[in-house]
Design a protein around this ligand. Structure first.
Ligand code: GLY
Ligand code: MN
Ligand code: MN
Length: 431
């Protein structure tokens, strides 16, 4: 593997925490993702399902984790099933994990071959009272494909129709939202690689450069630093494209006088980073661009101060709405009368700032987290306000990743990534 793995101790702790939240007699199963086909014999690169990874550290396809804390035999309380390798696989794909290596990575003592899964599951199912199924219940998920997990659930329900079931996802949403120190370090590694990418592109950006050439510079820097690549499809949006929130075509040429918004993050060891910086293509902001930039920066700073344990994301967003409204009035984009007459369900600021300010970040870019519960310490969140003004041909977003603390405001994990207008102008003029 190209990344430094986290300790098996972390994965043992994660499993212990999961098991403690299970009801007596519960048996939980977690599957790897499929390798998704394109057409003919082409496939997308494998990306491990983040839940089995969180509970085992195993980054290999066709793996299954089974947790059954009340199993009569201690060796059946946690079992990992991995694909048995053979000479043909070794010749074409290289070695897969041995049972010993899988134990070393995960801390799981009982490692079986995948072929033994069905028989073992059936034996243990007779002794279990409840199945824990791992359905995808992420609040933003839109899934049309049948996953390996879905196929397993369908099979298990048909085989054992009288077993009741519970949701693993509810437990995982809670556990995964609070990060261990090792996980925060791994996110920091991803962020450090993102920083290298940003510092590389600053002097590279010039009028005439194409958005995809900038994307290529990031990709080069990320891969060179042991990242698997982008944590999400990068947004490299110049000029009016800054106002298309999910612009991913990245196929326009940069024009003098325009801004370029780059929402880009590297992964490291399956952990994501998520950064946005907006910079002037000619190396210098106009007075108007700078005024809007500084307003976004002030909102970002104020938002960070609000991310303290106990706050509800909903209250946080309301407070930011107020701060943003004041800034938009200052910029002449809103006036007092419009604000006074606004529908509280559709506040006026949303015309210029239409997305949320923060989401959890971790193994997934839009990571797990129970969004209706108060924040805790050691949650990693983004802070990403923006002001989008299609009428003026530009939009600005600034995004950092922070970790909440026991007391007071969070630590900005991206504090080393240049952000003020002066710093950015200075670095761009080095090119
Ligand atoms: N890059 C995705 C986001 O900022 O939410
Ligand atoms: Mn982003
Ligand atoms: Mn984000």
């Amino acid at each position: 593997m190209r990344y430094r793995p986290l300790s098996s101790n972390l994965y043992s702790k994660n499993r212990d925490r999961f098991v403690q939240a299970m009801k007596p007699g519960g048996l939980a199963v977690f599957n790897s993702n499929d390798i998704y086909p394109i057409s003919a014999d082409s496939t997308l690169p494998f990306a491990q399902h983040r839940d089995i990874f969180y509970l085992s550290g195993i980054n290999q396809e066709e793996s299954i984790l089974l947790l059954f804390p009340n199993a009569p035999k201690p060796e059946h309380r946690e079992i990992l099933f991995i694909k048995k390798t053979n000479e043909l696989i070794a010749v074409w794909e290289g070695q897969k994990l041995t049972q010993k290596q899988a134990t070393g990575l995960s801390g799981i003592q009982t490692v079986c071959w995948l072929d033994d899964f069905e028989a073992m599951f059936e034996t243990l199912a007779h002794k279990a009272k409840i199945f824990y199924f791992n359905t995808n219940e992420h609040y933003r998920a839109k899934v049309e494909t049948q996953t390996r997990e879905d196929r397993f659930i369908k099979w298990a329900k048909a085989k054992f129709p009288s077993h009741p079931n519970e949701k693993s996802n509810f437990i995982l949403q809670k556990l995964r939202s609070v990060k261990d120190a090792e996980e925060i370090d791994q996110i920091k590694n991803a962020i450090d690689i993102t920083e290298k990418g940003f510092r590389r592109v600053l002097p590279f950006i010039k009028p005439g450069v194409w958005e995809f050439e900038i994307e290529a510079e990031y990709a080069h820097e990320f891969l060179k630093n042991r990242s698997d690549g982008f944590a999400y499809t990068p947004i490299i949006a110049s000029g009016k494209n800054c106002n298309v929130l999910h612009y991913i075509d990245n196929n326009k040429q940069c024009q003098s006088g325009d801004l370029i918004l780059m929402d880009v993050g590297a992964t490291y060891g399956n952990y994501a980073s998520d950064m946005t910086r907006t910079v002037p293509i000619s190396g210098k902001f106009t007075a108007r661009q700078r005024a809007v930039y500084d307003a976004v920066l002030r909102v970002e700073k104020a938002a960070m101060e609000l991310l303290v344990p106990g706050i509800l994301i909903k209250e946080y967003h309301q407070e930011i709405g107020q701060i943003m409204t004041d800034e938009l009035i200052g910029l002449g984009l809103l006036n007092q009368v419009t604000v006074k007459n606004q529908d509280p369900e559709k506040p006026a600021y949303k015309k210029f700032f239409m997305h949320g300010t923060s989401h959890h970040l971790g193994l997934d870019t839009h990571d797990y987290g129970l969004v209706d519960q108060p924040l805790h310490a050691n949650m990693v969140l983004t802070v990403e306000p923006g002001i989008y003004i299609p009428e003026e041909g530009f939009g600005i977003r600034i995004e950092d990743d922070v970790v909440t603390q026991e007391k007071g405001p969070p630590i900005n994990l991206m504090k080393n990534i240049p952000k003020t207008a002066d710093e950015i102008e200075h670095l761009m003029q080095q090119g």
